[in-house]
Design a protein around this ligand. Structure first.
Ligand code: OGA
Ligand code: MN
Length: 276
């Protein structure tokens, strides 16, 4: 197993090669992968052809399957979701705004694994921002101010029956299942300590974070906007370029991510599994 640590200001994206993800792993290898992934937020495994079964088997090394609402899974594989966009599609890319997957859940997924099946010749990058570095760099006054705040998360904005996906006017290849349930809310601390690295991170994102609990609408908007602006500065952002048969595993506890477009006229297809 070869491990190449990132060389970017965001300190994200560790490349792990010289191993076969469809093979067997020793406990030491699993711990080493786990440590690389939590230390660098995004683990990159190039050139890995994976059957559905092997994709599932590899993801299960890191925890049980997550619960993926609002997205239809593959017919015979309830834990694999297709993230796809057709060549002639005019809809903005799925996941196109900064977010952390399913942060509105009571226990959001630790990992998301995304495996590339069809990669457009240009564009289609995924952006990742390091919310742990962003937290670390805040001035002490801001750290003190946000230390004990709780924030309200909800899936309503994208997935409610009057939300973004339900009301968009353009066709989408992806099978999205909006629901009334999406307006349910969940509290999380704004500053979360990572269970494994013990480092603090900003656990907020503009898609699912609705407001700061016990703040006025205006105060909440102002503080959240300034934190979003801070944490998505270029110096915290890693731009991931895909190639075919590449597996990415990111840590939803320490990074937010966004799908970039720029590939109109070409198809893109990924398979996704979340880990509880
Ligand atoms: C996701 C997601 C980004 C992308 O699958 O959760 O945000 O680039 N995908 O497809
Ligand atoms: Mn996502």
């Amino acid at each position: 197993m070869k491990i190449k640590v990132p060389n970017n200001t965001a300190q994200l994206g560790v490349e792990i090669s010289d191993l076969n993800l469809s093979g067997e792993f020793s406990d030491d290898q699993i711990s080493e992968i786990r440590k690389s992934w939590t230390d660098y937020g995004v683990a990159i495994f190039p050139d890995q052809k994976l059957t559905h079964v092997n994709f599932e088997k590899f993801s299960l090394l890191f925890g049980n399957f997550g619960d993926d609402p609002y997205l239809k899974s593959l017919d015979d594989r309830p834990n694999i979701v297709e993230v796809k966009r057709a060549a002639n599609e005019k809809a903005p890319p799925f996941g196109g705004s900064w977010h952390s997957d399913w942060s509105f859940q009571k226990t959001p997924p630790s990992a998301t694994l995304l495996h590339s099946k069809i990669v457009p010749p240009h564009g289609g990058d995924t952006l990742f921002a390091n919310t742990q570095l962003a937290y670390e760099d805040l001035d002490q006054e801001t750290k003190d101010k946000i230390e004990n705040l709780e924030v309200i998360h909800s899936a309503g904005l994208p997935y409610a029956d009057d939300g973004f996906y339900a009301t968009e006017k353009v066709e989408r290849a992806m099978n999205i299942l909006p629901s009334k349930k999406a307006k349910e809310t969940q509290l999380h601390p704004l500053v979360k300590t990572h269970a494994e690295t013990k480092k603090k991170c900003l656990f907020i994102n503009p898609v699912y974070t609705v407001a700061i609990d016990n703040y006025s609408e205006e105060e909440s908007f102002l503080l959240l906007s300034s934190l979003y602006e801070h944490m998505t500065q270029d110096k915290y952002v890693y731009r991931h370029k895909w190639s075919k048969d590449m597996l990415l595993m990111w840590d939803n506890r320490t990074v937010v991510h966004a799908a970039d477009g720029g590939y109109d006229g070409y198809e893109r297809l990924m398979h996704r599994i979340t880990v509880n």
